[in-house]
Ligand binder design. Structure first.
Ligand code: GLN
Length: 202
């Protein structure tokens, strides 16, 4: 019997538990990724929000930097929110830091100010239902987006939801809003990819 796709949620630090709950609400199976062997057999990967500097340190401590990079480049769907988006950016500023460079964009850490400027804001998008909002927490600000990256939503002119192939990345936290349309969009991407992989294997 075919089972639901399995999504690995990087669980070193940050709001990984909220992501797992949101994915399960979409009917997907989840596993926490804390070591390289947790990456085996995944249909998709989620990089949660949190503190990207701390995540970088813990990725090194756990020997996960290389294996996670390989998994992220393997073509499975990836959802990255906030700190997760920072980990994928081509250029990180304020301050500069290492990243996987899979998204052709420049991101300014804490670019909307610190906690004081956190909150839920209206999004402008032709892809999301009217009235969709995003919760921003010490959020990164995308200052420059490469042409290969599709901008799916903006906040006051700034790109805040982007997609490049199987990678969907948000400056905000869809996992913190019950039933957020980005969660459904990602679940559809995961199911489509897992279905294609299964069809190819049979
Ligand atoms: N400010 C965090 C960072 O720079 C990101 C915040 C978040 O993930 N909510 O890593």
């Amino acid at each position: 019997m075919a089972s639901e796709p399995l999504v690995g949620v990087l669980a070193l630090q940050g709001d990984f538990a909220d992501h797992a709950a949101a994915l399960q609400a979409e009917g997907l199976r989840t596993v926490f990724v804390r070591k390289a062997s947790d990456l085996v057999g995944l249909d998709a990967i989620v990089l949660p929000g949190g503190e990207s500097t701390t995540m970088l340190k813990l990725l090194d401590v756990e020997g996960l930097w290389e294996p996670l990079g390989k998994a992220l480049r393997s073509g499975v769907p990836v959802l990255a929110t906030c700190a997760g988006l920072i980990l994928l950016a081509a250029n990180v500023e304020n301050p500069r830091q290492r990243s996987y460079g899979l998204l052709p964009l420049t991101v300014v850490r804490n670019g909307y100010g610190r906690q004081y400027h956190s909150g839920t804001f209206a999004l402008q998008s032709e892809h999301l239902p009217a009235g969709t909002t995003g919760t921003f927490i010490r959020a990164p600000r995308i200052s420059n987006v490469g042409a290969e990256c599709e901008v799916l939503a903006r906040r006051d002119g700034d790109a805040v939801l982007v997609q490049k192939g199987p990678i969907l990345a948000a400056c905000f936290h869809p996992e913190l809003q019950v039933g957020h349309p980005v969660g459904a969009q990602f679940a559809a991407m995961v199911r489509a990819h897992a279905g294609l992989a299964a069809a190819g294997a049979s």
